[in-house]
Design a protein around this ligand. Structure first.
Ligand code: ADP
Ligand code: MG
Length: 697
């Protein structure tokens, strides 16, 4: 990119383009819709559509698509061209306001978990004007929400927008109580840090497991893994640096503020972090980032792996969701501030998050649950499946002081009017940042670290926003009814701390002792997707999410089904892939190698029957044993998989797949990996871990 300032956002129909291309009346009206959610008038929509189309055509677009996030996790698009027949036999490039606002994908093949009977298979997509349209290739992409004609959300964006609205509504009530009349809306922002692996395309092409499942299902440990910790923040290799440069260029053109890039802990692992943005935009951008990461890799003869655990024995990839709440007047409500009022307001928002995370720890766990992420949570590389919060020593001491009615040992412990001590200026020390906590306060934002690299960030933020909205609602109800605001506020902060202190844990989250302690504290520890997903429908969760108007009961039912179905299918596909690899490549390769070794033994004997063939005998005997184990193992895996997928009840199927299929896969893998260590490299059908992890220079 020659000139970053000029080219940044050049493929986005952003505010600059809108201002330049729309009449001031149309622009003002659209802006009102974007900022305040006012309804969009059709005449305005028509004017916007024409301007947007003209702009897109100038950028080389011939088609448009309503770009949305179905429940499968990836984004979806169906392209329509702008062309319309012209009377003279030629074509016009045409695009109306109606087409901009609403689309009708034939959506019968997207999972809906029974929300949409097939006879009314069509859903519709509705433009989300707060997220800018952009051109990708030759297509104008219009970020949209996707609903059934009954109004049920068939995507992740609709509930995300609803959750942002829920939080906005409750936060405004609280701000009013603190005398903030000028704030018009409150929104959440997210900066997602994205981890990924880069491997050579030639290696990838030789691995059916990577192609079909995104992760390696067999593979012996390389002689060197991440033991030396020499990759983290290490010098970026030239081929990777070229890739990162190209990736940044593409993302910048799309208006994505790609900011930070570095090597991660595992060899071949890297990270990209953008500058934070409003949550729905951050979610769109993160989806787009994942897509562009893969596209740019292909151009460089590389493959970008977004799976949570592509390689056993080295760290998998996650995503960190940095989250804050702010006002349209530019105040970050998670910033302690300078005045007693700001301090008290901060404490209340902090308490709202503490209460939300404790009350709905299960929902947060559920929101990151996938078959892929199950391999990380609880392993010593990612925060455990137990959700807890890190607040840092100083903030924890302050909360303790409030709880115990003791003054916090500040320089001058002056009581403020609100009955809370004036908070001393505290800064969270960067060196003291606890990286083993799933949910950490990092000075003016919270960082939720349990997401898997392939997760949509929408899921987490839907739950987080809704849960915090619920805490704020309870606070607002009480405070609005209180005779003495200050006393009520003080008591509520105190009560929250003492009721929810169990969720706060500042120690090492990877320590086994913590798991025992967490159990004593009564915190949830759902190890797998099969364990946690059914709890989506627990009464308290349904009650909160429906009262906050984020989901209907039918939507929740459908999501539970889809997520579990996805879990079962993912593992079934893995099992089928492994069976195929073992039968068609691994067993034959081992046999072929044994044949070669036997031939050598025979040849040696022919030369001189007294020559030792104990090496050959040993190898053949070991491999022959392993082949028996592998052969039995593949039979078991095949049988179990066929049997478990027949179970009708999806919750029961989930348990069976977890207990039978996953275990059979593990057993089979062990024997295969042992064989890989014995068989000559020439005979082994797949590139090794070492080749893949250290192959890109
Ligand atoms: P680290 O790796 O130390 O966690 P990074 O700098 O890699 O930190 O990432 C921090 C992320 O947090 C970035 O995406 C950044 O934009 C984001 N962030 C910073 N301030 C806020 C905020 N107030 N709200 C939300 N996200 C934020
Ligand atoms: Mg981080």
């Amino acid at each position: 990119m020659k000139n970053v300032r000029e080219e940044f956002g050049s493929l986005v129909f952003d505010d600059r383009e809108m201002k330049a291309r729309l009449s001031s009346k149309v622009y003002a009206s659209l802006k009102k819709t974007m900022d305040e959610g006012a309804k969009l008038d059709i005449t305005v929509a028509n004017a916007v559509a024409v301007a947007m189309k003209d702009w897109a055509v100038e950028k080389g677009a011939t088609h448009y698509t309503h770009w949305f996030q179905p429940l499968t996790g990836v984004t979806a698009e169906k392209h329509d061209s702008f062309i319309a027949p012209a009377p003279d036999g030629g074509v016009l490039m045409d695009f109306s306001g109606k087409e901009l606002i609403q689309g009708e994908p034939d959506a019968s093949s997207f999972p809906s978990g029974g929300l949409r009977a097939t006879f009314e298979a069509r859903g519709y997509t509705a433009w989300d004007p707060t997220s800018y349209a952009f051109v990708k290739g030759t297509t104008l992409c219009i970020p949209t929400a996707f609903c059934s004609y009954g109004g049920e959300a068939l995507d992740k964006k609709t509930p995300l927008l609803r959750s942002m609205e829920a939080l906005n509504k409750q936060a405004l009530r609280i701000l009013k109580l603190f005398g903030n009349e000028e704030v018009k809306y409150v929104s959440t922002s997210v900066g997602p840090e994205q981890e990924y692996f880069l491997i050579d395309k030639a290696d990838y092409d030789k691995r059916p497991d990577l192609k079909y499942t995104g992760r390696t299902l067999v593979g012996a440990r390389p002689p060197k893994g991440q033991d030396m910790d020499d990759h983290y923040f290490g010098v970026i290799k030239p081929r990777v640096a070229e890739y990162m440069k190209d990736l940044n260029d593409e993302l910048w053109k799309l208006g994505i503020y790609a900011k930070t890039e570095h090597n991660e802990v595992a060899p071949a692992q890297h990270e990209l972090a953008p500058i934070y943005d409003t949550t729905n935009i951050a979610a769109d951008h993160n989806q787009l980032t994942m897509e562009i990461m893969q596209k740019v890799a292909a151009k460089h003869g590389l493959v970008c792996l977004l799976h949570e655990k592509p390689f056993d024995g080295v760290n998998g990839s996650g995503k960190h969701n940095n989250w804050s709440v702010g006002t349209d007047t530019g105040v970050n409500l998670l910033n302690p501030g300078d005045t007693p009022y700001e301090n008290a307001q901060f404490l209340l928002f902090l308490c709202a998050v503490i209460k939300a995370v404790d009350d709905y720890q299960d929902l947060l766990r559920i929101s990151v649950a996938t078959a892929g992420n199950d391999h990380r949570l609880g392993a010593n590389e990612a925060p455990p499946a137990v959700v807890s919060m890190f607040l840092g020593d100083e903030l924890t001491k302050i909360l303790q002081a409030i709880m115990n009615d003791q003054p916090y040992e500040a320089e001058e412990a002056k009581k403020m009017k609100l009955g809370v001590d004036v908070l001393p200026k505290f800064t969270i020390d960067n060196t003291d940042r606890n990286r083993t906590s799933p949910f950490a306060f990092t000075g003016n934002k919270f960082e939720f670290r349990a997401l898997g690299s392939a997760n949509s960030i929408s899921c987490v933020n839907i739950m987080l926003n809704s849960a915090v909205a619920e805490s704020l609602k309870i606070y607002a109800d009480r405070l609005e009814a209180a005779d003495d605001f200050e006393e009520a506020l003080h008591n509520m902060i105190k009560k929250t701390i003492s009721d929810h202190k169990r969720i706060i844990f500042n120690g090492n989250g990877y320590d086994d002792a913590w798991l025992a302690e967490a159990e004593k504290r009564g915190l949830c520890n759902y190890k797998t997707t099969a364990d946690c997903m059914p709890h989506l429908l627990d009464d308290k969760n349904v009650k909160m999410l429906t009262e906050q108007k984020v989901f209907t009961p039918a939507e929740l039912n459908s999501r539970m089904e889809i997520m579990l179905d996805n879990y079962c299918k993912t593992i079934t596909i893995e099992a089928n892939t492994l069976v195929d690899m073992v039968r068609k490549e691994i067993l034959p390769s081992i046999n072929k190698y044994m044949g070669a070794v036997a031939e050598t033994a025979l040849a040696k004997q022919q030369v001189d029957s007294s020559i030792s063939i104990s090496y050959e005998k040993n190898i053949i005997s070991k491999l022959s044993n392993l082949n028996d184990i592998i052969y039995a193992g593949v039979d078991t895996l095949e049988k179990e998989t066929a049997q478990e997928v027949e179970i009708d009840d999806i919750v029961e199927q989930g348990y069976a797949i977890r207990d039978k299929v996953l275990v059979a896969m593990e057993d089979l893998r062990k024997a295969c990996d042992e064989a890989e260590m014995i068989v000559s490299k020439k005979y082994w059908p797949y590139p090794s871990y070492g080749e893949m992890l250290f192959g890109v220079k």
